[in-house]
Structure formats: C-alpha cells, structure tokens
Design a protein around this ligand. Structure first.
Ligand SMILES: Cc1cc2nc3c(=O)[nH]c(=O)nc-3n(C[C@H](O)[C@H](O)[C@H](O)COP(=O)(O)O)c2cc1C
Length: 210
C-alpha cells in the first residue's frame, strides 16, 4: 500500500496528517518538494491587489517560513510593492508538479525589519547585491542599454569581494497566514483539500469539495 492509498483520522489522504495547525504540514510538504522538484521548490505565485481591488500576480522565491509567517524580498519601488503598500493583504500559491500538490496561503503582510532585510541581503551573492542597486524594477527602461550602463558603473563602485550595502529601495515583507489550504491530486479530478482557518489563538480545520 503506498502513502497515497492511506487515509488519516479525517478520512483524508495520509499526506495531510493530523496536525492541529498548518505550519508542520507546510514544512513537511516543503521538504518533500525540495527532493521532488528538479528546479526551485521555493517558487510561489504572489497575488496582490491595488487600492481598487484590481489583482496582479507574479512568481517569487520564499526566503523564510516560521511561526511569524512567510517572508519574501523585492524592490520597494516595484508594482507589487506599491500594491502591498496600498492594500497590505496577499495570497501566495505553491504548486509542486511532481508531487501533484498545491498550497495556498492568505493573510495580511507587514514589512520585515531593517535588521532582517540587512541579514538576508548580506547572505546574497555579490552579483545579486549589485544587481539590486542596478535594477529599477518594474519601471520602463528609458533606453535599451540603460541597465547595462548602470550595472557597469556599479561594478566599478562595488568590485567583486567588496561590501555592498542594502539599497534603501530593497527589502521584504512577511505574510501572516490566516488561511492555509493544502490540495492533493485525486483520480478523476476528485482532489482532496484541507483548509486551515485562523480562529482566535488556534486553527479550525475543514475539508473542502474538490
Ligand atoms: C521563479 C521566479 C522567482 C522570482 N522571484 C522573485 C523574487 O523573489 N523577488 C522579486 O522581486 N522578483 C522575483 N521574480 C520576478 C517577479 O516574478 C517579477 O517579474 C518582478 O518581481 C516584478 O514584479 P512586479 O512588477 O509585479 O512588482 C521571480 C520570477 C520567477 C519566474
């Protein structure tokens, strides 16, 4: 009998487990995805909306998941940053094709602390740190060679091996989950879905129709 044939106490597939809160299950699936996905299990879609509720979505990389939430980093002048400032709520979605699993997480977002952003920025390779200064993310390029020229100047200013400070326009956000939904592929499109919703200090679990 394979794991996907077994069920847990709720009668759900055993891959859902019986945890009363979502983080342990997220961590377990994330660790399995690291093994199963050939390229970047940390990638997720981040959906934001502007002040009028008009949505936009893009892929991002997860840079931390703990009791405080799910952290990601970007340019603070980007479209997503403008939307998160106007409407500090987001929804993120992981899809791990080889595992045939999806996790959707929603909730309010708050900026990470400067100390946290500094620490993560310092962990990036030199080229990415210089690149963060060079890119005016989401702004139109005035002329095609603009980025190359900016980059060349910055590479002279910050040669390989030198300290590169975190740009003031580069930091991160943390999404505090208030709902987390785990989805597992089922035969004949009878997929299985487990929803955790924040309720007071704890979580409510419910099963959703496919
Ligand atoms: C797999 C993948 C991961 C990405 N990760 C990030 C990321 O962590 N941070 C980021 O700013 N952009 C990342 N990007 C680029 C974004 O998808 C997007 O193009 C960029 O952030 C500008 O988005 P915006 O104009 O909506 O702000 C990634 C793209 C892909 C395809």
């Amino acid at each position: 009998m394979s794991l996907s044939d077994k069920t847990n106490k709720l009668g759900l597939n055993a891959v859902f487990g019986d945890e009363p809160e979502p983080l342990p299950l997220f961590r377990a699936w994330y660790a399995e995805a690291e093994q199963a996905e050939p390229y970047d299990h940390t990638a997720f879609a981040l959906a934001t909306a502007d002040a009028l509720g008009r949505p936009s979505v893009r892929m991002m990389l997860l840079k931390g998941a703990d009791e405080g939430g799910f952290a990601f980093y970007t340019n603070l002048n980007s479209r997503k940053a403008a939307e998160l400032k106007a409407n500090p709520h987001a929804s993120i979605c992981f899809h791990w094709k080889n595992l045939r699993r999806q996790i959707r997480i929603g909730g309010p977002v708050t900026p990470v602390s400067d100390a946290e952003a500094d620490a993560y920025f310092a962990s990036r390779d030199h080229g990415s740190r210089v690149g963060a200064w060079a890119s005016l993310q989401s702004s139109p390029m005035v002329f095609p060679a603009e980025l190359r020229e900016r980059l060349a100047k910055l590479q002279t200013q910050y040669p390989e091996g030198s300290e590169v400070p975190r740009p003031p326009h580069w930091s991160g956000w943390r999404l505090e989950p208030i709902e987390v939904e785990f989805w597992f592929h089922g035969d004949d499109r009878l997929h299985e879905r487990l929803l955790y919703q924040k309720s007071g200090d704890g979580w409510e679990r419910s099963i959703l129709h496919p």
